[in-house]
Design a protein around this ligand. Sequence first.
Ligand code: 13P
Ligand code: SF4
Length: 315
Amino acid sequence: MCCTPRKVKNMFTTRALQDEILKLKKENDICILAHAYQSHDIWETADYVGDSYGLALEAAKAPQNTILMCGVRFMAETVKILSPQKKVILSSPLAGCPMAEQIDINMLRAMKEQYPDYTVAAYINTTSELKTLCDVCVTSSSAVKVIGSLKSDKILFIPDCNLGAYIAVQLPEKEIKLVRGGCPTHAKMTVHDAEQAKRLHPEAELLVHPECIPEVAALADYVGSTTGIMDYAEKSSKKEFIIGTENSIVQHLQFACPDKRFYPLSKGCVCVNMKLTTLADVYNCVRGEGGEEIILPDDVMKKARKCIDTMLQLG
Ligand code: 13P
Ligand code: SF4
């Protein structure tokens, strides 16, 4: 009979730490939600792993009293807004999404004055304060459906001009005003990277996130959210894929489909904010000694909730 080593020299093994987390989260009535860009050792401790849309849905359903969000700040804020009675912890206080900070409330006020008859649609990667001024929010997986269902044909889309451009191609009947903003991580992937990867792996399909620049998205066989990319690759009869999103997805897919091959589109596509959370942070959070509890003013939560609820109804 073999036994699992519990310690390497004087350190805990990954497995031992994971076992402690699983035990403590149960004892302390904690639900662990992990965004798809978290590391695989964290995935294995989570109650749910998914894209931003899936996380918002799960947050609203989770029966536990405390939710630990392993991801970035806007995701934890969304959970808090959907479950204001729950204690919501962000796994790493420093983990923000730079895109969510690109527009502040005064800039949005000025834009709304400039385009008074436009419906304001915000990518969910925005602060909760900004959401208080928006009509609806969207995620990468719900955007086309939600914006396609809006009565208005005039849409001011903030802050990701790449996702906005992708939506505009899918919904030519809508007039979509874009602002200059986007994900610095996905912006690192270039047409040159895509062409080179295709040359190196001529049999592979190219799967990219809509946060990529339009010129890269135009070369892709599939454009979708993190969960969308994973589902596509898992179901496809093809054997090789070039992955145009945060590089952790390459590793997760390799675990999910060991007989297929996955290649990163660019070695630079690493979200340092998503990578701030470690398994040790998760351990500290479930024993009540880490992370940051999300506290938002009641009026902000109430106003911001409207645009998230509209997304959930239309999506
Ligand atoms: P998803 O909705 O696909 O999870 O995207 C969130 C995100 O921040 C991607 O960079
Ligand atoms: Fe934000 Fe980009 Fe990181 Fe996603 S990958 S959390 S959009 S910085």
